[in-house]
Structure formats: C-alpha cells, structure tokens
Design a protein around this ligand. Structure first.
Ligand code: GDP
Ligand code: GDP
Length: 477
C-alpha cells in the first residue's frame, strides 16, 4: 500500500557516508500513524512524502539530514512498532526500531495527541526508557491547541514533559528544535543571530522553523465600526493607503501589510476588510464582529481599539472576551484621545473598567492614542512587543517548583474528607499562551477557587500581564 517510494534514499545514504562522524543521530520512533514520516519530512524538507493513513505501512527505514538553525542532524525515520498479529513484518519493524534506537544519540518519541496514550505507546516508551538514551517526547497532531488532553496524558509515559507540535501544520517545530539541540548539548542561538544580521546564504538553508522571537509579530486591529481602525493602520503604515471615512461600515479590502516599526517586524491584519458600505448600521456591526473573529484567529497580538467617546460598549467587551478565549495576547488602545477633556480622570475610570470587565487577563495594557494626530503610537507599539514577549515566555520547571513550594506554604490547599490535598509538581506545557500543568493525586477534589489562587500567584510571580494564562490540573499517582 506504499503510495510512493522515496527516490532519495540512495542519494542520502551516499552523502551520509561523507559526513563527519560527529553528526548527531536522532531516531524518530513511535507506533504507526502518529506522524513520524510527516515529522521527518518537515525536519528534512523532504517533499517526496512517504505518508500513509494505513497503520503498519511497510517501508524501509529512511535516513535524512535536518538543519536545525545551522546544526546538522542525521535523522532516522523508523517504521513503527506493530502488534504481534502482523507476524514477521511486525518483528522486522520492531527490530528496525530497536536498531535505530541503539545507534541513535537521541530519541524523538512521537505520540498522537488526539488519540492519547495507547498500549503500544506505553510498550514503546518502555523500550525507549530502557535504552538509557535521552528522549525528547513529542505530542503530534496538536495544531490549534487541539489534543490538549492527549498532550497532558503524555506525561504518564515517564519521559518528561511533552512538546506539543503539529508536524503537518508546522506548529511548535521551533520549540522542538530548541529541545533537540539542548538535549544534544548544541546551542541554537548562534545561527539565529546570524540570520538576523541578514546572512542570505543562511536564509537559503532549510531551517526547521525560525524561533518565535525571530518572527514578524502578527497583529490584528479590531474594534467597532468607526473606532478609527483604518486611520490607525494608515498612521502605522505611514501612507494614506486605505480609504477612511466617517460613515460606520465604510471599509476597504481585507489586507495584511508587512512593515517595520522601529526595527520590529509586524504583519498587520486588517479586520473590517472586504465590506462595501453596509446599508444599515446593524448589519455593519454584525459584519464587523465576524470579521473581528476571523482576524483574531490569524493574529498573535490583538489590539482592541476603543472609541474614547463611546468606550466599552457591549460589542467591545464581546470582542475582548473572544480574544482571551482564543488564547491571544491583548492590548487595549483608547483612540480619539484628543477629544477627551479630562484625561487623567477618564484614564483612571477606563482602567477600572478594563480591570473589572476583562478580569481573566489582569494587567492588560491600556494605551491612550490619537490615530488621527499620530500620538501614542510608540507607546502602543512597545506594548504590542512586550505583550508578545510575555505570550511567548517560557518559565523553567525549577523556577516553577520553587514558586509552587512558596505558594503552597503561604496558603495551603484545603483538606477534603479530612485529608489535605497535595500538589506534587508543576511544569509549563506550552507557550502562546503560557500553559501550565500541575499534578496532584486528588486533582479532581481541588476547588476552583484554589486553582484560581495558584493561577493568579503564578501570574504575579512570573510577571505575565495581559495574556491568558492556562492552568491545568492533572491526576498523578
Ligand atoms: P507514521 O506512520 O508515524 O510515519 O505517520 P505518518 O507520517 O505516515 O502520518 C500518519 C497520518 O497522520 C497521515 O494521514 C498524516 O497526514 C497525519 N498527520 C501527520 N502529522 C499530523 C499533524 O500534525 N496533524 C494532523 N491532523 N495529522 C497529521
Ligand atoms: P474604522 O471604521 O474603525 O476603520 O474607523 P475610521 O478609521 O474610518 O475612522 C472613523 C472616523 O473617526 C473618521 O472620521 C476618522 O477621521 C475619525 N478618527 C479616527 N481616529 C481619530 C482620532 O484619533 N481622533 C479623532 N478626533 N478622530 C479620529
């Protein structure tokens, strides 16, 4: 049932013979159908895919070369472990995997986050553990934060914290590359710096994915019709590219624009786009809301633009909550500040209003601007960059557990049925937004109020304002 034979094995093996012996060898292992081939292709840049929906697809093991930020890695894609009913083929696959593990410096152990941990995953994890080789645990098929349960499940394999990725959609590959390089004792930072300085040769190489911090920040400006979105976009782009006008709902084509603001690369998504002037205001508002939702999905940082003359109407809050639900970083900008007579007082009131109505994201930045007179834009842009950084922040497990100890002793978990609930361990599961998981034998008994206390304390200790912080509890033995 093989769809396509890899045409490049010959070539790859040939060129591998000439590689220095020090090139680290990384074996991709896991049961069939978890996405090993897809990951192999993603990391090596191989187009000739040997990807199949059929579990147990017979194939030879493939070798390839991946370039992780300028570090050459030899990748071995193994056939998966198959259950015994497949007879000699299964034995051969298993033998191959074991051989690959034996010759590898590092094991990339892949599970399917959507399927969760299965019996053969456990069996395989045992073999991986017994090899004594370092293992990087990968929970695949987790695009768009899907499969969170499976990612959490993966902790139970005893191979450390999983990295949530999507091999198919290219999500989380930067985190994966960082961990692989870290586990091999190679530093990822050197080449990233080379790239930044504009080395075009390096750009031609096949990078796994630029680290998040290297990227253009994807920003969407959302808000009610007439809040001043077009005017702001024009002010930021520095040219009168778009039509603006006083009529609600008069908008331009849906666009994204790339620009640099004081050295920070931005891709701006324009929300209200593609609408002709709507006949009645009501329709315009509806259209604008669904456009907003679309651009929130595209964006990493969302600027909620508020009209200072009509602040925080229902629709503003709906959009704000939506941003938080979607896990994006949020910046609130109050526009038309030039029209506000009592600025100090108004700012105080608006701050209180934001704190109250967007309570899920305490500390969300509130920036007063005038898009028309182009004031406050520096302040806005630095708030965007800072919130983006927070959204991507990774806190080390050591720091987290030191924090946990303190938080538990300051305010201990309640006793339920006469026994105090213990929390053993906490680690950061992912970034964008920061997502944490804590383990407790009686996770289900811990009251929501205590989880809230922990989340807030974590937020304060690690300074995570303005971004959604996800905190999961997981049962552990
Ligand atoms: P292998 O048997 O472990 O090598 O798995 P394959 O790479 O052949 O992938 C098995 C199936 O999972 C294929 O249908 C892939 O398209 C699919 N797949 C691989 N990676 C992803 C992913 O990140 N997300 C989703 N949704 N599907 C994926
Ligand atoms: P959009 O519907 O959100 O794209 O809003 P527009 O950018 O079309 O702006 C709507 C109206 O508000 C226009 O008449 C703008 O000139 C005006 N406007 C935008 N920004 C400001 C500002 O900072 N101050 C004042 N006074 N008016 C503004």
């Amino acid at each position: 049932a093989e769809r396509q034979r890899s045409p490049s094995n010959q070539f790859l093996f040939g060129s591998l013979l000439n590689r220095p012996a020090q090139t680290p060898v990384v074996a991709i292992v896991g049961r069939p159908n978890v996405g090993k081939s897809t990951l192999f292709n993603r990391l090596t840049g191989t187009r000739a895919a040997l990807v199949s929906d059929l579990p147990g697809l017979t194939r030879d093991r493939r070798d390839g070369v991946a370039d992780l930020y300028g570090n050459e890695i030899r990748l071995v894609d193994t056939a998966g472990l198959e259950e015994a009913q497949r007879g000699s083929i299964a034995d051969r696959m298993r033998k191959q995997s074991e051989q690959a593990i034996a010759t590898a410096d590092l094991i990339l152990f892949v599970i399917d986050a959507r399927a969760g941990v299965t019996g053969s995953d456990k069996e395989f994890a045992r073999i991986a553990r017994q090899s004594g080789k370092p293992v990087v645990l990968v929970a695949n098929k987790a695009e768009g934060h899907k499969g969170t349960d499976g990612v959490l499940d993966a902790f139970s394999l005893g191979l450390g914290a999983p990295i949530a990725i999507s091999a198919e959609h290219g999500e989380g590959i930067g985190d994966l590359a960082d961990d692989v390089l870290g586990a091999l004792g190679l530093k990822p930072a050197t080449v990233a710096r080379k790239r930044r300085s504009g080395d075009t040769a390096a750009d031609d190489e096949k990078p796994a994915e630029k680290p998040e911090r290297e990227k253009r920040i994807r920003v969407a400006i959302v808000g009610r019709p007439n809040a001043g979105k077009s005017t702001l976009v024009n002010a930021l782009l520095g040219e009168d590219r778009m039509i603006t006008g006083p009529e609600p709902g008069l908008t331009r084509d849906s666009v994204s624009s790339d620009f640099e603001y004081k050295g920070q690369a931005i891709r701006l998504f324009d929300t209200a786009g593609l609408r002709r002037k709507a006949k009645i205001t009501e329709t315009a508002e509806k259209l604008s809301a669904s456009d907003a939702v679309r651009s929130i999905r595209f964006a990493e940082v969302v600027v909620l633009l508020i009209d200072a003359e009509r602040p925080f109407e229902h629709q503003d809050l709906t959009i704000g909550h939506r941003v938080v639900e979607e896990g994006r970083a949020l910046v609130v900008a109050i526009n038309k500040w030039d029209l506000v007579p009592e600025k100090q007082k108004t700012l105080r009131e608006l701050k209180a209003k934001v704190a109250e109505s967007l309570a899920q994201v305490p500390g969300v930045p509130l920036i007063a601007i005038s898009a028309r007179s182009e004031s406050g834009l520096d302040h806005l842009m630095s708030a965007i960059a800072k919130t983006y950084e927070t959204w991507n922040r990774r806190v080390s497990t050591a720091h987290l557990n030191r924090w946990l100890e303190g938080a538990l002793s300051r305010h201990s978990p309640p006793a339920v049925h006469g026994r105090r609930i213990k929390i053993r361990y906490v680690t950061q599961l992912s970034t964008r937004p920061p997502t944490f998981v804590a383990f407790s034998q009686r996770a289900e008994a811990l009251p929501q109020s205590y989880v809230k206390y922990l989340t807030n304390s974590l937020r304060e200790t690690f300074d995570l304002p303005g971004v959604p912080v996800r905190f999961h509890l997981r049962k552990s033995d």
